[in-house]
Every structure is written in structure tokens, then in C-alpha cells.
Design a protein around this ligand. Structure first.
Ligand SMILES: [Zn+2]
Ligand SMILES: [Zn+2]
Length: 157
């Protein structure tokens, strides 16, 4: 997204629009698939030697659930995008693309889950437990087993 600061009126200007999802440079990412443009709604203003940018950006993505590994649709947004970019005398245009990309990448949560109740995969046969059940015996949690033994010992005393 290219901005020409000298064309921005004194009172500022509202710019809304879209950028192709390619600006996020996620083509090689196996966990994230953009499916829609990056939508922005930004207020631009020049104050002394700074370009002041405030607004929101949003993109629709498909992300891979960390529990069941299925892709699910997610909306990632930065509702309080804010930048002050210092302008030099000779600068004709400012490219906001890297800033927009950075804001979206930072807004991505590190552990995406398709649903708070996602059952994930069976640790033994790999079945997606959201879609099917399996006959595997889930191993008893060792910590709880230890607690159980502790109780019995206390009762014996
Ligand atoms: Zn899931
Ligand atoms: Zn299983």
C-alpha cells in the first residue's frame, strides 16, 4: 500500500481498500492459507515530519488447528493499527505494506484451535476424535496414578 504524503490534505484522509493476501508472504507456510484480501480502513495524516496512520486491518485465513491438525477458517485483525513514520525531505511515497504485514503476523495467535472443545487426535491411532471415536485404551495419567497410591498408603497408617 503506497501512500504519497504530499497529497494528504492538512486535515488528513480516510483510506479504505484491499491489498492482495500475497503481501503477507505466506505462500510457503503450511499452517496458514489466506483466502481473501487484506482489508484496511486507515486514517492518514501528516503532522510535521511524520506520517500518522491509525485504523484497522483484517484478513481471512485458514489455519491449522494445533490439536486436530484440520484447517479451519479464522479472521485475523489488528483493530488498533497505529504507526508514525518519519518522513525525510526527498520522500515521495511511503510503502505501508511491511507494516501491515507485520501487524497481521503479530496478531496471529500462536496456538490456533478450531474450537475450544476440539478433542484433537488420538495419541495412539491418530484418529480425529471430533469426527470419530476409536477403541484405543487411553493410558492412565501417571501423575494421577501416583496420587491414588499415595492415598492408599495414608489410609494404611
Ligand atoms: Zn481442532
Ligand atoms: Zn485411537
Amino acid at each position: 500500500m503506497i501512500v504519497q504524503p504530499h497529497r494528504i490534505p492538512f486535515e488528513g484522509v480516510q483510506r479504505t481498500g484491499e491489498e492482495p493476501a500475497e503481501i503477507l508472504l505466506l505462500e510457503d507456510d503450511e499452517e496458514i492459507q489466506p483466502f481473501g484480501p487484506v482489508v484496511y480502513n486507515l486514517h492518514l495524516q501528516v503532522a510535521l515530519h511524520d506520517l500518522i496512520v491509525n485504523g484497522s486491518i483484517l484478513v481471512k485465513l485458514k489455519r491449522r488447528c494445533v490439536k486436530c491438525t484440520e484447517f479451519f477458517p479464522a479472521e485475523v485483525s489488528e483493530p488498533a493499527f497505529s504507526r508514525a513514520i518519519h518522513l525525510t525531505e526527498e520522500e515521495e511515497s511511503v510503502d505501508l505494506t511491511p507494516d501491515i504485514r507485520e501487524a497481521i503476523i503479530l496478531a496471529l495467535c500462536a496456538h490456533p484451535v478450531c474450537d475450544p472443545g476440539c478433542k484433537g487426535l488420538c495419541t495412539q491411532c491418530g484418529a480425529n476424535l471430533n469426527k470419530q471415536s476409536c477403541d484405543c485404551q487411553q493410558p492412565e495419567d501417571i501423575r494421577w496414578a501416583a496420587l491414588g497410591n499415595l492415598k492408599i498408603e495414608q489410609q494404611e497408617e
